[in-house]
Design a protein around this ligand. Structure first.
Ligand code: CTP
Length: 409
């Protein structure tokens, strides 16, 4: 249900913290990805190891620790988040958040997120009723954060009053409401990824150095936005994203059959694969001996899947291609946009630039559209490119929905 969605849990130092692992388990049962950030005080109440175990991810406590995954980790986490939950929100974190103090991993991340923020206060009744706390809560509501009213009842001190940690189910319901359906909910998206191989004999083939990273990032992004995703993947080492249907193929014509088969009924097809353009005209089912083959290798052209899709009778509403170019990036890519009748072409330089191309985790890209526009993206991670590409796709789907609307509708 929450597959592909990322929840950041900002764990603070209050006694109710021992209940938070249950919330994380429930989020994970719903298939959300959960990353936990702990304040220093929180680590005194519950061990980071507990949170690492229940979340299945490394726990972040130290702003100056060496990054485990990304360069500027608190920013990268903030960008990936679909929801941030401050739990239990102590009087101290409410005060810091309300004034914009950023002096640890949690508070810097909180300032950097653009996703919805859920604040779950839990503390002693007198602290909760203090005018400073009330004012801070009002300030946070003014920022657009959702603040859950705590329960009233017996508190850790033995006193009775407001400030009790709400039930896990109440917090979970608020999380679900704030996460909402993704903007591709109910849509079918087909993504192709990786290279294909054209065998010459059982141990030799024609291929290219594509790793599939871009296509896998696109599939993960589409799933994150709620789409039903089919990933047609050539040979790659990568683990597929969760909750995505994967069809493994080897040759370009196998990829063609799989993509065209899935495309009818799809809303979007993204051809991020690098299918081999040629296949040996003659192939052998036994290993050819070195002395046997002449130096000439006759080749035949493989099917152009994107071009076939663009012209298909039941063409999907949005067809997106990639263009891998070593020279004249934009001009060559624009030619492909027209020749293959795609709606968007994502052009990226291969071979010549550091940080971009086949095996790199980052890429530089220009998104070209039929209306003549060219959106140049800076060097960024392939996940961020995937996000920018789907922003454009969602706009195109929305525009088509507008065009298809009847005057009465
Ligand atoms: N593509 C395809 N079928 C092929 C080759 C490419 O569907 N047999 C798709 C790719 O997935 C990509 C787009 O076409 O979305 C452009 O691929 P690219 O390798 O840049 O260009 P080619 O069409 O192969 O042309 P060239 O090699 O001449 O640049």
């Amino acid at each position: 249900m929450l597959s592909g969605r990322t929840v950041l849990v900002g764990a603070c130092g209050g006694i109710a913290l021992y209940k938070v692992p249950l919330l994380i388990s429930r989020l994970r049962e719903l298939r959300a990805g959960v990353h936990v950030i702990m304040t220093e005080a929180a680590t005194r109440f519950v061990s980071p190891l507990t949170f690492q175990t229940v979340s299945g991810n490394a726990v972040h406590t130290d702003l100056f620790a060496r990054p485990q995954l990304w360069n500027v980790e608190h920013i990268a986490l903030a960008e990936r988040a679909d929801l941030m939950v401050l739990v239990p929100a102590t009087a101290n974190i409410l005060a810091k958040a309300a004034t914009g103090i950023a002096d640890d991993f949690l508070t810097t991340t909180l300032l950097a997120v653009t996703c919805p923020v859920l604040v779950v206060p839990a503390m002693n009744a007198a602290m909760y009723r203090h005018p400073a706390t009330s004012r801070n809560i009002e300030t946070l509501r003014g920022f657009g954060h959702e603040v859950l009213e705590p329960d009233t009842g017996r508190l850790a001190s033995g006193a009775v009053g407001p400030g009790r940690y709400p039930s896990t189910e109440r917090i979970l319901a608020a999380c679900l409401r704030l996460l909402g359906p993704g903007d591709l909910c109910g849509r079918k998206v087909v993504v192709s990824a990786g290279p294909t191989r054209e065998p010459f004999d059982p141990v030799r083939f024609i291929s290219n150095p594509s790793t599939g990273r871009m296509g896998f990032a696109l599939a993960a992004e589409a799933r994150r936005r709620g789409a039903d995703v089919v990933l047609v993947a050539g040979p790659t080492e990568l683990d597929p994203p969760d909750d995505v249907a994967v069809k493994r193929v080897v040759t370009t014509s196998e990829m063609r059959d799989a993509v065209l088969g899935e495309a009818s009924g799809a809303d979007v097809v993204v051809m991020a694969a690098a299918p081999a353009d040629w296949a040996p005209a003659d192939s052998f089912d036994r290993k050819v001996k070195k002395g046997e083959a002449g130096l000439g290798l006759r080749l035949v052209v493989t099917p152009d899947i994107l071009a076939e899709l663009g012209r298909a009778e039941r063409r999907p509403p949005v067809v997106v291609g990639f263009a891998a170019e070593t020279d004249d990036l934009v001009a060559n890519a624009r030619e492909k946009l027209g020749a293959k009748d795609a709606d968007l072409i994502v052009a990226n330089p291969v071979c010549r630039e550091p940080g971009s191309g086949f095996a790199a985790p980052t890429n530089r890209a220009v998104i070209l559209a039929r209306d003549g526009s060219a959106e140049e993206l800076p060097l960024m991670s392939k996940s961020d490119i995937a996000s920018a590409v789907f922003d454009r796709i969602v706009l195109l789907l929305g525009r088509q929905a507008g065009l298809n609307r009847t005057p009465e509708g």
